[in-house]
Design a protein around this ligand. Structure first.
Ligand code: HEM
Length: 128
């Protein structure tokens, strides 16, 4: 067993900015090919969205914090996003990471880091 991986941040394990940008590109390909999710993004400027998502993920995985987008709660408020929608996006993220050669254990760590964001993103079932 080697222990070098333990010394790296999650951001480094994902290939830093370039690795995350590639995963985010693939993530939005999968989202836009998903008939359940694509309608949420009809009015979205995808290049800008991908940039914000990549910066958000860099900051969330121990990389540089250059995120300039909205607070996540505000960004998703009123969009009617359900728990199932959230799970679909996490599933596509896992697929994109796996395709990029990220190992299952690391994918689990990334998913674990995203799970606490559910409350800020899911706005479908509980808003009055
Ligand atoms: C952990 C999961 C998620 C993360 C980290 C995330 C992250 C983000 C970020 C960083 C933005 C950009 C905010 C800005 O530009 O100011 C955003 C916007 C958005 N997100 Fe999410 N998101 C997640 C899940 C979802 C889900 C499940 C949906 C819907 C199925 C969704 C739909 C949207 C939409 C529609 C926008 C606005 C895009 C636009 O500006 O047109 N997000 N999200």
């Amino acid at each position: 067993m080697t222990d070098t991986a333990d010394e790296k941040t999650l951001y480094q394990q994902l290939g830093e900015g370039a690795g995350i940008a590639a995963v985010v590109d693939r993530l939005y390909e999968l989202i836009m090919a998903d008939d359940t999710l694509a309608p949420f993004f009809v009015d979205t400027r995808l290049p800008q969205q991908k940039g914000h998502m990549a910066m958000f993920l860099a900051a969330a995985t121990g990389g540089p914090n250059a995120y300039t987008g909205m607070d996540l709660g505000a960004a998703h408020a009123g969009r009617g996003i359900s728990d199932a929608d959230f799970d679909r996006v996490i599933g596509h993220a896992a697929t994109a990471l796996s395709e990029a050669g990220v190992d299952d254990e690391t994918i689990g760590v990334v998913a674990g880091a995203l799970m606490p964001l559910r409350a800020q993103v899911v706005t479908g079932a509980s808003v009055a």
